[in-house]
Design a protein. Sequence first.
Length: 533
Amino acid sequence: MNLISFPTGQRALSQTLLNCDLHESNQMMWTWTDCLCVNLLLLLQRAGSEKFEVLGPTRAIVAVAGDDIILPCYIKPNISVEDMRVDWFRVNLPDTQSNIRVHLYQDGRDKYHDQILSYRGRTSLFKEELKKGNTSLKLTRVQGTDDGRYKCLVESKTHYDDSTIQVYVRAIGSKPEVSIEGQKEGGMALLCVTKGWFPEPELEWLDSEGVTLSAGPSETDRDYEGFYVVKLKTIIKETDINRFTCRLRQRQQHEVIKMETEFHIPSELILVHTETWKVALAVIVSLVIVLVAISAFSVWWWKKQVKDELRLELKKNLITRRLKILADQLEILADQLDLVNMNGCPELETIRKHAVDVTLDPDTAHPRLILSEDRKQVRYGDIKQNLPDNPKRFDIVPYVLGKEGFSSGRFYYEVQVKGKNGWTLGVARESINRKKYIYLKPENGCWTVWLRHEEYKAFTDPSVVLSLREKPQKVGVFVDYEKGQVSFYNVEARSHIYSFTGYTFTEKLYPFFYSGATGNSAPQVITPVGVTD
């Protein structure tokens, strides 16, 4: 039996296969059995060289909101994936029950045509590491919508494999804010609100002895970055100690975060509300008694005068005319009351004399904001713009400042907010943090009022709910730098909205604008300050 010396290497094996048909003309004759063995060896070598395994972390990744994270993923053996397809996607989202694309690398480049909008501009691969089999994904500025399961899939022409990674997002939001909602169901309604949390926190109301109060179901909403906004309302009545607590609890993997806000209500305030309700009830009962008495009298009168229909008709007409006169007088009184309210802010005309020309600063505008060419209008856009990195720019929340800052004197400007269901206006100091989410309150350098969910608030600590008779269409903002005062006015109603007083300003103050988010397409418009009649 002849011994066959096999060439080494894949190329040599291929060459041997090419020579199999030459066995009849060559003294070194190869049998078909020999060629078949060589073919099998070649196929096994090729298949073995293309198989790989995709590996990820063995534990879930915990990400803090606002931070940058890396989702580890690599293939074994560590061969190059530069010519392969690397596909990162979310698995089984609750709202869609389907997969959505997070990042795609194919044909040697990144492709974004079907990337979900919330990940646009926040994902990247380590291109220099692809040749080493490293397919890890970098995710910047973590937000609540990033929580969930991710899949890293790597595919060559003949083989593919994937690995699943669980990401848990953690965000600590605002301390619970408590406000009075007014008289409800024979008691006083208290509202507790907290924002910016992930996962969803729980709220509960407690009395002064720590006993849980009865409350309706909590209202839960999520902002445009997926963080939770939770509200809980309760109805309270007068007690010996009118002190109540709104407690927040957020359950994380290995700990429970707790926050509390204590709220004291003077007995006089509860009594005022209770007495108001009693007075209203007494008035209604009195009116019913009067109406019943009038009805009884009318029946008696009709029976007495049944033979004289003309006389009865004259009486009825007289009563009708008198009722009409009373109604006209009430309408005149209402008009006079409106006139008093309209003229209730005589200082507004003096304040408007301090008007300044305000324009928007594009260097501070969040990438989702769209500014007009004259820098007098701003609105929220659907697509995040690719803008150069700038230390003055707001990166997290879609805010923008005015171009001009003021460090002395008085200044005033007006902004049209007609058609908007959410907005924030005011002033901010020059050193305001533009790279992180902040609570808009004076100690953080912001003096603002806002509209959200048909509710007006002044951002003090805690915030103050504003009861406005008319919805502002144009808001005037006035600053007296030396007095430490920031005031807001309803320009068309000629009424005062709110004033921050008693502050000491040490930095430049800039006009501050927030135009709302998705579904709030109407612009904020800086309007010229005209002279009214």
